[in-house]
Design a protein. Sequence first.
Length: 123
Amino acid sequence: MKIKEIIEAKDAWLDLINQKFSIRLSYKLSKYIKLIESELKVIEEEKSKLVKEKYGVKGENEEWSIPQEKIKDFYDELNEFFESDSDVEEFDMSMDDLISELEKNDDNVINIVNIVKLEPFFS
């Protein structure tokens, strides 16, 4: 899966973890979400390094900014990074099985947009 898919699914994971599942599935999902959170942290660190070490300028009040003449190159490199493959493995469950698990509890409500964002993570 692409790095951008991990970034785009961040809120969808938060939505999913708030649903009611069996304790076994909840445990497995919680562990997987910790892996996703760790990946998001690394992605953010790399993005920050791109700003601080290559394109950014530190202002008077310690805030970083990218000069106008470097913005296009910054976004080109950032988008190339976002399009690269992540080494995060799919969750060991099909999307159909996840939906079946969600349907087991009438209290479960998840936005269809979030289901679509989570799809790359399931086999």
